[in-house]
Design a protein around this ligand. Sequence first.
Ligand code: BGP
Length: 458
Amino acid sequence: MKYAFPDNFWWGSASSALQTEGAREGETTWDYWFAREPNRFHNGVGPQQTSTFYQNWKTDIQLLKQLNHNSFRTSISWARLIPDGIGEVNPEAVDFYNQVIDELNEQGITPFITLFHFDMPMAMQEIGGWENRDVVDAYARYAQICFELFGDRVLHWFTFNEPIVPVEGGYLYDFHYPNVVDFRRAATVAYHTVLAHAKAVQAYRAGHYAGEIGIVLNLTPSYPRSQNPADVKAAHIADLMFNRSFLDPVLRGEYPADLVALLKSYDQLPACKPEDGFLIAEGKIDLLGVNYYQPRRVKCRDSAVNPQAPFMPEWFFDNYEMPGRKMNPYRGWEIYAPGIYDILVNLRDNYGNPRCFISENGMGVENEQRFIENGQINDHYRIEFISEHLTWLHKGISEGCNCIGYHMWTFIDNWSWCNAYKNRYGFIQLDLETQQRTIKKSGEWFAATALNNSFEKE
Ligand code: BGP
């Protein structure tokens, strides 16, 4: 069967500054943490050794062209642009981003720019990071500077990439700096991130730029083990905490009342100011990026909560391992392509069918060299993964969902935070020693799909 996509569909991929550019003057939390605890990073590889985009941006944009991208998302590094977060703008960084943006536009690849992709300047973390409202203001200033510098040529802006991840990683589950485990501090960080988002949206609107502004959320559909009310309630609370804590403010301009009531009843609400509500209402977006990797399956708790233990989301659910689930064993994530359709239907039916696109989807695999045939990685499993997801995406579009593009994570194997180079995600293989780039089979498949705006599958 042929799966054809609407005209002007966005085909491309996503990446981020910290994961590709390499070392810079302004320190981030990642540089700081790596210098102190290199053992937390796979094979002791830190954020200095990434895929050298800072040197090779021109070649890499040529490769994007070869992959028939019509759009590409990356981020600006706040710490590169303003090394101390609040002071002087670094002119070399301005030159670099100008060159990248201009080259993308010249090659017919529309640049999509994220303002914050997990990379907090260390100077900002030293004053409390997202726990401090001064950092919210510093971020709003940084956003405004970006709009002024690049807003004439960048027409698609994203305030944050997956803002729930620094909350989970840094303040609940210990996989990002500052490695705090404290729900109320996590809630404050999440809340201030929403305020920062809204301030950036406000600044963008006030500047009357020609483009649009949105956010990228990792939406993880929460499936209950069964339709038993206790399981359904567990899934509902997981959805409130991990999806709707950002989705509702950015699309509806307010938090879900039951999330607020729940946190209030456990005395976990962050400190709010009366004027915050107006600001949040102004943060409604033009465009939603949806990152989808895996579903979340939950059931009601098997055991009672110990009220002496620290408050955590898991007070309300247990994770559920669905029998027969298909796994990506390298990343430990379930592969469930219908999830992409369920997300789009939920947006259509419950959020007014916003303009959205899939901003990340992908599969990280270890030791891909074993799949080399005639000098090229034959990553048939990735082609299978993408085409399966695209068939479900296609179904959503044919049923009226307003999804206007599909971006993969990612175009070239890059540095994946604590996993460093353990799992590879790229359409293009990166030789870490020589920095040589070689297109994988999936890259060729994607290039053909983008060119034809369609693909064939049984
Ligand atoms: C997303 C992030 C990316 C990227 C990807 C793959 O959550 O936006 O930055 O890294 O996931 O995940 P990981 O690198 O953890 O394997």
